[in-house]
Design a protein around this ligand. Structure first.
Ligand SMILES: Cc1ncc(COP(=O)(O)O)c(C=O)c1O
Length: 401
């Protein structure tokens, strides 16, 4: 016996960014007046007002266990949405979709799904559950730098080099925190590498609907466009999406994985032992959300207004970049912790130092250091106020690309 009661890998995951921000700012007084929390990317724009009543209408289903694969109605709604949104031809079958309790849960389960031992490649910075998916399941996490010169995405030459030892490659598009979007060529090459080397490619597309210009491409579309007769067009690929951002309904806890039917079947089998299932009222309400785009247009317009305000207020300052998608500004600064401290001390703004969002990369670089992340989730008036307070700090500390 080792004497340890708790799996030490949990502590080794590293502190979550938000407690680290709290520790950084502890004991430091902000200036008098309102403080504004720009750390958490929690949607604050309301979901559709009919959502609560739809949940209640389905309350009678609470007396039975939900099935591992979810309801047929939800899987059909998600497959239909994917087909319409990403113009999937051939369409994706409902059986190739699995609901999960938010995207976070399935992003972790990917580590249990992939055949180890092997490498789990992921960008840095990244959404922390990618790292947990590797480190708590015996895969070896490899953090690939998502540097600005590579469009804030991992360099696929490096993925090709590591491919023979790789079990899982998780990538995000649109990216959190940078708001960059992978183009179809990038996604197509990633799919090709997965198939050549025999690993699973998972694309976290949770921010796919929060865009400003053109709707981002999705990995399933890339697969469908390259479909070959007789073969599963989505082989070795999973797209992960969620109702949290698209419908501003993070409390619903509905996400889903879709793609390779064999992988989806194994994820469902795994749920019988190692995951909760999603409640039927939630799945019914989520199916209704997926059938409606008008609330998504409203939510997208809400974020667009916030980013337009950022373009106006910060647009000419060093370190500013207008993101294509997502809910964050990713501002390049001279020193990320010092900038976060100054935001708090001189402007009453809580922001996240970039280095808290991603460990050092495998090549020794630290692509997230030297940035701060600013969540663009408040109403327009609050966001404007925050941006105006941020402007002099960026003027002083911003670093042009
Ligand atoms: C990149 C990314 N992926 C996935 C998620 C998880 O979303 P949820 O579990 O609410 O569906 C988040 C949430 O912040 C995220 O930022």
């Amino acid at each position: 016996m080792s004497g340890a009661l708790v799996n030490p890998a949990i502590a080794q995951l590293g502190a979550h960014p938000f407690p680290r921000v709290a520790a950084l700012l502890e004991g430091i007084e902000p200036p008098p007046g309102d403080t504004i929390d720009l750390t958490i990317g929690e949607p604050r724009v309301a979901p559709p007002d009919w959502l609560a009543s739809r949940l209640a209408e389905h309350g009678s289903t609470l007396g039975s266990y939900p099935r591992n694969e979810g309801t047929a109605a939800f899987r059909e709604a998600a497959a239909g949405w994917l087909e319409r949104r990403f113009r999937l031809d051939p369409p994706i079958a409902p059986e190739a979709v699995m609901p999960s309790s938010g995207a976070r849960e399935v992003l972790f389960q990917l580590g249990l799904l992939a055949a180890g031992p092997g490498l789990a490649l992921m960008p840095t910075p990244h959404y922390a559950p990618y790292r947990a998916a590797a480190r708590l399941t015996g895969l070896e996490a490899v953090y690939l730098p998502s540097a600005e010169e590579h469009g804030f995405l991992p360099d696929l030459d490096e993925v090709d080099r590591l491919g023979p030892e790789t079990a899982l490659f998780t990538v995000c598009s649109p990216t959190n925190p940078e708001g960059a979007v992978a183009d179809p060529e990038y996604l197509a090459r990633a799919v090709g590498l997965a198939r050549r080397h025999g690993f699973i490619l998972a694309v976290d597309e949770c921010y796919s609907e929060i865009y400003r210009g053109r709707a981002p491409y999705g990995v399933l579309r890339v697969c469908a466009e390259r479909a070959e007769p007789g073969a599963d067009p989505y082989a070795q690929v999973l797209a992960v999406n969620s109702l949290s951002k698209r419908s501003s309904a993070p409390g619903l806890r509905v996400g889903f994985a879709a793609g390779d039917r064999r992988l989806v079947k194994s994820l469902i089998d795994l749920r019988a032992y190692a995951a909760g299932t999603v409640g039927c009222p939630n799945l019914a309400a989520a199916a209704d959300l997926l059938g409606d785009e008008s609330h998504v247009d409203r939510i997208r317009a809400f974020y667009r207004e916030l980013f337009d305000a950022a373009d106006t207020i910060l647009g000419d300052l060093p370190g500013y970049r207008s993101p294509e998608a997502g809910m964050f500004l990713w501002l390049r600064v001279d020193d990320d912790e010092a900038a976060a401290l100054e935001c708090w001390e001189s402007a009453g703004l809580r922001v996240v130092p970039g280095s808290y969002l991603g460990p050092e990369a495998h090549d020794g670089t630290a692509p997230a250091a030297g940035y701060v992340r600013v969540a663009m989730v408040h109403d327009l008036a609050t966001t404007r106020l925050a941006l105006e307070r941020l402007a002099p700090i960026l003027m002083k500390r911003g670093v042009a690309a």
